[in-house]
Design a protein around this ligand. Sequence first.
Ligand SMILES: [Zn+2]
Ligand SMILES: [Zn+2]
Length: 375
Amino acid sequence: MRDTRGPMADADSARTAAGPDADDLIVLGPDGLYCPAGDFHIDPWRPVARAVITHAHADHARTGHGAYLATAVSEGVLRVRLGGGITLQGLAYGQAVEIDGVRVSLHPAGHVLGSAQVRVEHRGRVWVVSGDYFVSGVDGDINTTCAPFEPVRCHCFITESTFGLPIYRWRAQRAVQDEINAWWRSNAEAGRASLLLGYSFGKAQRLLAGLDPSIGPIVAHGAVEPLNAAYRAAGVVLPPTQRLDEVPRAALARAIALAPPAVQGSAWARRLGEASDAFASGWMQLRGARRRQGVDRGFVLSDHADWPGLQRAIAATGAERVIVTHGYEAVMVRWLAERGLRAGSFATAYGDDAAEAAREVAAAATGDDVVQAAR
Ligand SMILES: [Zn+2]
Ligand SMILES: [Zn+2]
């Protein structure tokens, strides 16, 4: 339960391992990652005056900040999730702004629509905060629903490590997408619907992009469709989707429905009739995960870097110092230190699953065509 640890315990471990210097560009403050020279935060977990946001997942983008700086392409999804009233400045990838003499720019992270790494430069020093990113050990495998990850050279790289264990090695995405289509096709031929569960922002659109619409109708849950619309508005091409009540009952047996995990077992799911269900997540690589989730199938598909991808991304930065945030921090820190890098960790409040899952329950319950979603 890494999310529940207080920041102070981690500050201590950072002092001994990474050993903060007095002039560190980014430090761990009580409200989140903080740049003292520019007096702004990055993905803070408590309300602050100025927040630079890497991406719109719930644990990174929170409500209540005075001013937001994020990629222009993420504006749609940020407003879907945080409300239209936020004060938001949008930047193009690579465009730089000065904040109190600190140069800040945003660079593609390949995680979800609009996701960015934050490059911070001050007096010749460059630090990069990765946010969440997708880099696979499979050559050339990129997330096609957003701008792919671009390595940024820096002195210090603050990296996520969600899947920072050697057991996590993604297969080529095409192979997983083929597997999903084959499962859907066999369900359709057997006369039952397919319920494909995945987080509604990012994962659902990536699943959707890989579906073969010639098999049958594609239904999007009310929690998923506003995000599909934001992706389409940003120019991402996705197969057509329908609401559950738009699909004739007789056609449901050939349909696939995309919905957040909280919809499993709900009245909405029961309206599909006889259905096979599946969950798509990097966690499905863990033995027993599919059974614990209580689904018929598990598909290993993640929007995060796998173990070789993390190593590849870190090496590409040329950083001599690496600070690990959420994930298997200790394993990654040890691996980096063994390779002669100065490595430490920050205990952050990030960790997509808990926050996203909680948000999904709320989103599912208020989804426009949800009768009753809570399990
Ligand atoms: Zn994320
Ligand atoms: Zn995250």
